[in-house]
Design a protein around this ligand. Structure first.
Ligand code: SF4
Ligand code: SF4
Length: 288
């Protein structure tokens, strides 16, 4: 234990074997395609920058760790944030591409059952590392996890999986606020803060939080804005969180509950049928 490969093995074995990694369809197919892991240092200055941007309620890795281990807090430099990406499967993405107002059934199922698996995976990773001698916590699973009002961003949680993923080097934000990773934007994230000495790779995009979006990098594309049935994305203003929230609460959630019998709050129409659906737009990557 104590290498990235070993952490990846814990994540991959659970992804392979956990019964909860399922869309709960007769086909027996998994909720997610194969996961990917990246590591951030607990004292990466971007965590403090995110706190300044979003609000004082946003936990740093050190604060999240101290909540879980109040009797033995450690300095941020001894912590690592293990962030993982769970990509939507090709079938889920293909179904969702056919929709333009409501989420496809597979998408609604991954948002509901797949997120249940994601919660299991967070806890499994934290517990397995803790048992092996590396005290760990899944901040999103802490009792104090919740949402508050950010002056700049509206409703925001006190631990952001997407911001942790950005610091770890998984990807950057797009026009729709979704995160564009090497496996695209049709993904979900999870993370664990651990007292473990794992090496950290340099981010391919430095500190530029919009580097992999065609709109921000080149002033082209805007495809995600055209995909949103609620006009909640514009090239002038970006993502209107309130309009998105209202459409999901009032339209897609009741539809999915009634039609598919799923819970949670699915939509994600802006995450497919776009150049960054399953990759970084090639024009933005350095030539090999
Ligand atoms: S669809 Fe285009 S504009 Fe929207 S996030 Fe992706 S690259 Fe950016
Ligand atoms: S999640 Fe749905 S409502 Fe929100 S921006 Fe994307 S397409 Fe629009």
């Amino acid at each position: 234990m104590g290498t990235i490969c070993e952490v990846e093995r814990i994540v991959n074995e659970f992804w392979e074997s956990a019964p909860s990694n399922s869309l709960h369809l007769e086909t027996g197919e998994k909720a997610w395609a194969e996961p990917h892991v990246a590591i951030a240092r607990g004292d990466d200055p971007l965590f403090l920058r995110n706190k300044e941007m979003i609000g004082p309620f946003l936990w740093t890795p050190e604060e999240a760790y101290a909540l879980a281990f109040p009797d033995s807090p450690v300095p941020a430099c001894e912590l690592r944030v293990i962030s993982y990406v769970l990509p939507q499967t090709p079938k889920t993405r293909a179904d969702q591409r056919l929709e333009d107002r409501m989420p496809a059934e597979r998408w609604a199922r991954s948002r509901f059952h797949g997120e249940e698996f994601n919660c299991d995976l967070r806890l499994h990773l934290a517990e397995t590392l803790t048992r092996a001698g590396y005290p760990s916590v899944a901040p999103e699973r802490l009792p104090g996890f919740g949402y508050q009002h950010s002056e700049r961003f509206g409703l925001a949680s006190n631990w952001s999986e997407r911001h942790a993923a950005f610091v770890a080097g998984h990807g950057t934000f797009g026009l729709s606020d979704g995160m564009i990773t090497r496996w695209g934007k049709a993904v979900r994230f999870g993370s664990v803060v651990s007292r473990i000495d794992l090496p950290v790779r340099e981010r391919a995009y430095g500190d530029d939080h919009h580097a992999w979006c065609l709109w921000y990098a080149k002033g082209t594309c805007g495809a995600c804005a055209k995909r949103c049935p609620a006009d909640a994305i514009t090239t002038s203003e970006g993502h209107d969180k309130q309009a998105c929230f209202t459409y999901i609460r009032e339209t897609t959630t009741p539809y999915a509950t009634k039609t598919y019998g799923t819970g949670a709050t699915p939509c994600g129409l802006c995450q497919v049928k776009i150049p960054c659906e399953s990759q970084v737009p090639p024009a933005l990557l350095p030539k090999p």
